[in-house]
Design a protein around this ligand. Sequence first.
Ligand code: ASP
Length: 351
Amino acid sequence: MEKTKVFVLYTGGTIGMAPKHSTENDSPLVPQSWEQLQQYMPSIHPDGYFSKVRNIEFEYESFTELLDSSQLDITHWVQMAEAIESRYDDFDGFIIIHGTDTMAYTASGLSFIFQNLAKPVVLTGSQLPISHSRTDAIMNFSNAIHIAGAKAFGLQPIKEVTVCFNDTLLRGNRCTKASTNVFEGFVSPDYPPLAELEESIKIKTRNLLPEASGAFSINTKLNPNVIVLTLFPGFKVSHLQKLIDDDEIDGLIIKTYGSGNAPCTAEFIDCLQQAKRQGTTILFTTQSLQGGVKLGKYAASDVFRPIGVISGGDLTNEAALAKMMWVLGQNLQTKEVEIQLQSDLRGEVSS
Ligand code: ASP
């Protein structure tokens, strides 16, 4: 069987964590080294199943500092993208082992950073550490190997940034962390799974992105001057006003109610108008898990259209943030920013 090469980047997360004090099970979980993690996965050893039977060659790299994913920022997205770019031609697929807390953000960020991705990039992690007697880590990691090393299993390669969790493969920029404790940690509320990994692996070919044309590259220009505001009853516009007066924000994402509704007070409208005049791009997303923004469905959203607010449609909040940072990073004219934000760039939004 022809050799398949899979690169694994270990960034941290529960999957490799253990209690800080080994004698106290309840002490806080902290990341452990790759060497400790891989002891629990004999199938990836050089004489294990994946290498011996499937002829998969693995290369591993760990972040110098292994992180709880709540500690990640966008410089880490760039670090991951560069690690993959530098090996892109030499490997058939890529796995990023990552904490679940910000996995959907990283998957979304990478989906925009990668241009013409034509190989699988799979993020995975787990709810229970790999050392736990009932861990979900081994299944999640094994499934990710099947997706990243598709060729070795006679499977169709899924050439996208995906999240592999609980026997399901989701598009990375469509999913969101939905649970801190059940094994179904992620959901993709507005887009169906790309594959189901039960007794057999069923790839949903018609849900996959079209083949990329053109050479692979990364575009890591991101604008960090983006803020996300969640509306709530009793929200004081004066707090937002202070931020707008400071004029340091290039992108404002507002998590509105339902299909894009927000308080229609003169104070709020004036504040958004001022932000627009100052050149801030404003995008409405929704706090609802499923469905999306439809500006104009209700009078309570229609009033924001003349201001030039952009509808996020059914973007997840993670994808909205990553898309805003990436589009604003491209130094485009205002009109082009609006077009890009409303276009489906990587399968992240329904048209
Ligand atoms: N706090 C952990 C992390 O995101 C949670 C996990 O991995 O499940 O790194």
